[in-house]
Design a protein around this ligand. Structure first.
Ligand code: HEM
Length: 371
């Protein structure tokens, strides 16, 4: 945990203890308004459409690579209004060094992965500090999380946030949101490829909706709420992929769970993957079956986004991004996965497909054979 705090910062919501965590969580959760969500979804949709249009020139597209880039760019736009290609590329490189350092041995010697992560953090902090200073000096208005956090400091009776609190949590939101969502998108495409019946049902439903939405250029929360089958596919993919396999909790007092005595201060790891594959909770757990979500689940049986006071704050955004990608993919292309190897990449905090999930594509409007 100490090494994570060195990389994300000790003010990161992921590193705060009970009372401070509650304070920071309240502030961050207020940033996910329906307006900010709709703007982020629209921007994500624009990027997906643009990227998929570029696929026309290719025979193969690597879903994970493009999903990483699109998700990163959409989150940076939402947080700090960053849309300059060069700055985005430099930041993405640093952020991926920080993520890799999170699973490395915490040895701060030049040349080690951890050291490279610490250096990358220093560069990110410097860039964010520059941005904050510029915002404080300028009278321009930006519609992003950074602006809302700075504006909050002008409100009387609100405990102000330090620049460091803002910086650490912007970095945290990027790291918590990018790889998780992009990786989930790649798994979802893989599962769909392996389940033709589900895929055909989905494609028919989405094409029908596409016709219905044809007046709207971009997707938004309201339109996504009509995609109930796609939403079940997202959930089933998240269950099967279980991107965050386990998460820790510290016992605040002595307690007893199912006969086990847990003492105050003990760390308990919740094993989400075992719960997602428990046949008592999910019949035929290895089968990809979105319709299992037709009925209500038992409490605490779906843990893709955790549970309780530390439940993922990006839950609705992540689901929306996945649905947008899914909708655009099946309504634009006929496709098949070119490499079905399920091996997992090294040096990743979350299970990521090593192949990146390459797909062969042909525009849906043509009868071309998929190469
Ligand atoms: C498919 C994508 C995602 C998955 C699977 C995921 C999963 C999780 C999980 C399991 C946790 C820990 C919950 C716990 O300890 O109970 C978490 C925490 C968190 N996630 Fe996500 N997440 C995703 C996307 C996002 C996105 C897009 C954002 C924001 C941009 C985000 C922001 C956060 C934050 C800030 C926390 C810490 C919450 C707290 O400590 O109060 N996540 N996420």
């Amino acid at each position: 945990m100490r090494s994570i705090a060195e990389l994300l910062g000790d003010q990161s919501i992921l590193c705060l203890s009970y009372q401070n965590h509650k304070f920071m969580r309240g502030i961050i959760s207020n940033l996910f308004t329906s307006n900010s969500m709709d703007s982020a979804i629209k921007y994500f949709d624009e990027l997906v459409i643009r990227t998929m249009a570029e696929w026309q020139q290719k025979e193969t597209a690597v879903v994970l690579n493009d999903a990483m880039k699109i998700t990163f760019n959409a989150i940076c736009k939402m947080l700090i209004s960053l849309d300059q290609e060069e700055e985005l590329e430099a930041l993405q490189k640093d952020v991926s060094e920080i993520s890799e350092a999170m699973v490395a041995f915490p040895l701060k010697w030049p040349g080690t992965r951890f050291f490279r992560g610490i250096k990358a953090r220093e560069r990110v902090m410097k860039a964010l500090r520059r941005k904050i200073d510029m915002r404080k000096r300028s009278s321009d208005y930006y519609e992003d999380f950074l602006q809302s956090l700075l504006a909050r400091n002008d409100i009387q009776n609100e405990e102000p946030l330090s620049d460091r609190q803002i910086e650490d949590n912007i970095l945290t939101l990027i790291i918590a949101g990018q790889i998780t969502t992009a990786s989930a998108i790649a798994w979802m495409v893989k599962y769909l490829d392996e389940n033709q019946q589900v895929r055909e049902t989905l494609t028919a439903k989405q094409l029908e909706l596409q016709f219905k939405f044809s007046g709207n250029a971009y997707l938004k929360l309201e339109t996504l709420s009509e995609m109930s089958y796609a939403s079940k596919i997202v959930k089933e993919s998240l269950r099967m992929a279980t991107i965050v396999s386990w998460f820790p909790r510290v016992a605040l007092r002595d307690c007893q769970i199912e006969g086990f005595h847990i003492k105050k201060g003990w760390i308990v790891n919740v094993d989400a993957r075992s719960i997602h594959y428990d046949p008592m909770l999910y019949g035929d757990p290895f089968e990809f079956n979105p319709s299992r979500f037709d009925v209500e689940l038992k409490a605490c049986s779906f843990l893709a986004f955790g549970t309780g006071g530390r439940t993922c704050l990006g839950i609705n955004l992540a689901k929306a991004f996945m649905m947008v990608f899914l909708h655009r993919l099946v309504t634009t292309y006929r496709w098949r996965v070119a490499d079905r190897n399920p091996s997992i990449a090294k040096w990743s905090i979350f299970p990521m497909l090593r192949s990146g999930c390459p797909i062969k594509i042909a525009p849906i409007a043509t009868q071309n054979v998929i190469p």
